[in-house]
Design a protein around this ligand. Structure first.
Ligand code: PEP
Ligand code: MN
Length: 296
């Protein structure tokens, strides 16, 4: 890491380590139901890009839970680049997510796109997802400061790590220290993948900040074939978890089908990760903890 970065982020005092703390390994741990994010467990969040129907979501929830996921993802409000693309089921989608939560015990992460929806989404979600397009929506970030739910903050697709941490600081300063950072690939000149997974961002963020860092290999890759390799890389560099798109029939998905794994592919990926996770586990358990927030 560029040595000039030591202490560079200390002005973001609620999310970054100060220059004095750089050598320390204490971590923010976010308790959620019967597990923790940023603690001793590598936490996998999985599910479809968008909630499309009750049948699609419940089937997916059962499949990802059986393969070891702890958290079900699924967008009810979709910020699509094209106004002609599927925009999500809205409240109906939230209700389907709630049903899946009741039936499987999985926690729910779902995207929020407007500060006006904070109360509504907090009623249904265990984790509030801020998408890449909203990382600089400062009104939304501030509103999430008082929502008493952990926030999964995705890196803006053209954001530097400093800008990423700045957005995290806004949420923390507004009163919510429960923040999970998510590297989901950035825009570069490369076109072979949808985005470029900035794998170096994970060890850098884990050095300069105290927050849990997860990786979304799906939006980085844009194609399902390389997702397992990116997931292995995420484990190897010390990520705290994954966010992966899974669909019962990716060919028929209403959004992001090309980068969605089917049930078998997800199951195989989880199996293949086990030896890598076993190595990572030894170091995870040694880390000092700083627990923030608490499940309700
Ligand atoms: C998503 O998670 O489906 C999503 C829209 O991701 P991103 O904000 O990273 O594009
Ligand atoms: Mn998606």
């Amino acid at each position: 890491m560029n040595s000039k970065w030591n202490g560079q982020f200390s002005c973001f005092d609620l999310v970054a380590r100060t220059a004095d703390e750089i050598g320390e390994r204490s971590r923010t741990v976010i308790p959620l139901r019967e597990f923790e994010i940023g603690g001793s467990e590598f936490v996998v969040m999985a599910g479809p890009c968008a909630v499309e129907s009750e049948c699609q979501l419940l089937r997916t929830a059962e499949a990802v839970a059986a393969a070891g996921a702890r958290i079900l993802r699924g967008g009810a409000y979709k910020p699509r680049s094209s106004p002609y693309s599927f925009q999500g089921l809205g409240v109906e989608g939230l209700k389907i997510l709630r049903k899946a939560r009741e039936e499987t015990g999985l926690a729910i992460v779902t995207e929020i796109i407007s500060e006006e929806d904070v109360e509504l989404i907090a009623e249904y979600a265990d984790i509030m997802q801020v998408g890449t397009r909203s990382m600089e929506n400062y009104a939304l970030l501030e509103a999430l400061g008082s929502c008493e739910r952990p926030v999964l903050l995705k890196r803006g697709m053209t954001a530097t790590l400093e800008e990423f941490l700045q957005s995290a600081q806004i949420i923390a300063l507004a009163g919510n220290p429960q923040i999970i950072l998510c590297e989901r690939g950035i825009r570069t000149f490369e076109t072979a993948t949808r985005n470029t997974l900035d794998i170096a961002a994970i060890p850098v963020l884990k050095t300069v900040s105290r927050l849990p860092v997860i990786v979304d290999p799906s939006h980085a890759a844009g194609v399902r074939s390389i997702i397992p390799a990116l997931a292995r890389a995420a484990v190897a560099v010390g990520a705290d978890g994954l966010l992966v798109e899974v669909h019962p029939c990716p060919e028929e998905a209403m959004s992001d089908g090309n980068q969605s794994l089917n049930f078998r592919e997800f199951h195989d990926m989880m199996d293949d990760l086990q030896p890598y996770l076993a190595i990572q586990q030894e170091t995870r358990e040694l880390r000092p903890r700083l627990v923030v927030g608490g499940a309700d």
